[in-house]
Ligand binder design. Structure first.
Ligand SMILES: [Mg+2]
Length: 202
């Protein structure tokens, strides 16, 4: 089986990264703000906050990428896929550089370094093939890659990806989200990776 997975907010979680960096910068109150979305809302609600939010994003996906967390259950899923001999691909819409990063850190290198540190490519770890990781500048190129890879499944946190013209009908789609159930939509919705695992490996 060939399984494709999005990267940001599907494999890599950023709640802790945004909150901890914003606390270090003393721009939010840790007592009330717990998630990336709450950091964004708290900052945008005040004067100059949009700019602060963009600066924070530039750092989190680059120089501060080490603060990102492996989303719960991804490890068990990747171990299961490896055990079964299935091919796992990571296909991500990620530009090479952020717009608001003064350090000009290569965001793709930062993501690969983060995965390497978590033993993604270690034969004794998740044993993914580094050549199975794709970063593309646009959503259209990401979808072209998903099509070319002839995947059985794709897992993403953004419904827009599945709704984009050209997304292959032959790929079974799983939306990873905490949000509302889109039961009328042409994809499965799962809130936890353990549920994604039991859908793919019943
Ligand atoms: Mg994503």
């Amino acid at each position: 089986m060939r399984i494709g997975i999005d990267f940001d907010n599907t494999i890599a979680g950023y709640d802790h990264a945004f909150v901890s960096l914003a606390v270090d910068w003393r721009i939010i109150d840790v007592a009330t703000v717990k998630t990336k979305t709450e950091v964004r809302e708290a900052l945008r609600a005040r004067e100059g906050g949009e700019r602060e939010w963009q600066k924070l994003q530039g750092r989190v996906y680059g120089a501060e990428m080490h603060r990102a967390s492996l989303i719960n259950g991804v490890d068990a899923f990747l171990n299961e896929a490896h055990k079964r001999g299935d091919d796992v691909f990571i296909v991500s819409h990620k530009t090479e550089f952020g717009h608001f990063d003064p350090d000009r850190i290569n965001l793709r290198d930062a993501a690969r370094a983060w995965m390497t540190a978590l033993d993604f490519f270690n034969p004794n770890g998740f044993s993914l093939n580094l050549d199975h990781v794709f970063f593309h500048d646009t959503r259209e190129k990401k979808i072209a890659e998903i099509t070319a890879l002839d995947l059985d499944w794709f897992i993403d946190d953004l419904p827009e990806v599945f709704a984009t013209t050209g997304f292959p009908d032959t790929v079974k789609k799983i939306l990873f989200t905490n949000g509302a159930d889109h039961s009328e939509m042409p994809y499965s919705v799962r809130k936890h990776w353990s549920d994604i695992q039991s859908l793919i490996y019943p």
